[in-house]
Design a protein around this ligand. Structure first.
Ligand code: GLN
Length: 480
């Protein structure tokens, strides 16, 4: 078995035919990890013994039976350390499972490996992890993207079959694009956030990293659906996500927003994405030009709303209940101050300060309220667009993977990496990034398809058709 080319569906076939067992897969994966991890550093922790036990008892007749899945380190898993890549939670042991973990297990999967990330999911390069820097498997001098950079890097390196991540402003799609894998953010409310450590609750969604499009639909089908434990979880029925996989794209109306090919986009990225647009047109899709006029405010809106929600969500880390407590503290106030001062990294502090500022009296109306109004307009832009089209097609990231350190001292440049991904979170719609070629430096480029809320089946249809015709997803990095 060549573990670098297997997918969930190919493993399911092998299990059914008795050609391999989940334990064989785990062994092959561990061998791959041993050769790639010293250079990639995508995992924070792995518990091989526990995974071996789970592999040996897995029921391969279930939808994800015997499939190992890596998990971003901000999703609670009973009995596992869950650090959010923060010193603050270095020793935090989860007392319960996130709903997605329960659902993966009910579908027969087992988890293997906790992946690196930007601290509390704040960042676009995974360089804000308090513990280690993860490298891009296609060029280890470059970043894997973020904030789910560990999940993207291990799936891209073919040292994981699939992984979970979280996407608040692009944290699944952008690193997937940069690491050459498929990354999917579901519609808001489709997947329970119960047990995901909150960053910006009105934007956060858990989603998938996979080696191909079909695997993404298989995992999403297992984890999606109403959860009474989570108050933004929607009661809406989850459609059959594979219903349109395998159908052609004839007659699909695919929109290209003119604002998404403006200043700041790398020429090679634009060229690859335009080639994909031409492919869809040649296959009989109708390409419509649309305008998403409020996109120009996306970054400003996001960095007001996300920081505001983060400052409120992170107030729970007060040195009292769990996580880091300063040994220097003398009273309640110094417990708060010193524990937060010592436990949080610079980017997290920057977000808390920004968020507190935009929520403070006197500035609330000028910043927070105004951002909410513009967010509503961004949402309306998409509602109008989806009257004229089935899907919106854009680049995922304005550039391919950048060099480690390149944007670390310039937060604004780092924030601009999210320019094409943020709108889907603001509008609550679904988005997928899939490989659409390699640039002249052999770095992957990603294509983004966005659909209306609960429009995942059509999004998967279009993504699958493109993937089958191109085979970019089958490329395996050599990692040197
Ligand atoms: N890069 C964005 C940020 O830093 C998005 C992060 C995310 O989606 N979690 O906030």
């Amino acid at each position: 078995m060549d573990i670098t080319t297997e997918t969930i569906s190919s493993l399911k076939r092998k299990y059914a035919a008795g050609e391999a067992s989940p334990s064989d897969v785990l062994d092959a994966l561990e061998a791959r990890i041993e050769s790639t991890e010293p250079k990639v550093l995508g995992y924070l922790r792995r518990n091989l013994e526990k995974a071996r036990e789970q592999a040996s008892v897995s029921d391969t007749s279930l939808p994800l039976g015997g499939i190992p899945i890596a998990v971003k380190d901000n999703i609670n898993e009973d009995g596992e350390i869950c650090t959010c890549a923060s010193t603050y939670l270095e020793n935090y042991l989860s007392p319960y499972n996130a709903t997605v973990i329960d659902r993966l297990q009910a579908a027969g999967a087992f988890t293997y490996g906790r992946t690196n990330m930007d601290e509390f999911a704040m960042g676009s390069s995974t360089e804000h992890s308090a513990f280690q820097k993860t490298n891009n498997p296609w060029d280890v001098s470059r970043i894997p993207g973020g904030s789910s950079g560990g999940s993207a890097a291990v799936v891209g390196a073919r040292s994981a079959i699939a992984a979970l991540g979280s996407d608040t402003g692009g944290s699944i799609r952008q690193p997937a694009a940069l690491c050459g894998c498929v990354g999917m953010k579901p519609s808001y409310g489709m997947v329970s956030r119960y047990g995901l450590v909150a960053f910006a609750s009105s934007l956060d969604q858990i989603g998938t990293f996979t080696r191909n499009v079909e695997d993404s639909a298989l995992i999403l089908q297992a984890i999606a659906g109403y959860d009474p434990m989570e108050n933004t979880s929607k009661q809406q029925e989850v459609p059959d996500l594979c219903a349109h996989i395998g159908k052609d794209v004839k007659g699909l109306r695919i929109a290209v927003p003119k604002e998404y090919f403006g200043a700041g986009i790398d020429a090679e990225v634009a060229q690859k994405v335009k080639a994909a647009i031409d492919w869809y047109q040649n296959e009989g899709a109708e390409i419509v030009e649309i305008s998403l006029p409020h996109t120009e405010h996306a970054i400003a809106v996001y960095y007001i709303i996300a920081t505001a929600e983060a400052s409120s969500n992170l107030a729970r880390f007060d040195g009292v209940r769990y996580g880091h407590r300063s040994s220097e503290a003398k009273d309640a106030i110094s417990t708060y101050h010193l524990s937060r001062e010592e436990g949080f990294g610079a980017e997290v502090k920057r977000r808390i300060i920004l968020g507190t500022y935009v929520l403070s009296s006197g500035y609330y109306d000028a910043y927070y309220n105004r951002a909410q109004k513009v967010r509503a307009l961004m949402k309306q832009d998409f509602e109008k667009a989806f009257e004229k089209c089935d899907l919106v097609l854009t680049p995922t990231s304005p550039t391919a993977a950048f060099k480690a350190g390149e944007k670390l001292d310039d937060p604004l440049q780092m924030y601009l990496a999210d320019v094409y991904t943020i709108a889907a979170n603001a509008a609550g719609i679904c988005g997928i990034s899939l490989p659409c070629g390699f640039n002249s430096e052999n770095l992957p480029v990603g294509l983004q398809l966005m659909g209306p809320a609960y429009g995942e089946p059509t999004m998967y249809q279009a993504a699958y058709a493109y993937e089958q015709a191109h085979g970019w997803s089958q490329q395996v990095p050599s990692i040197t």
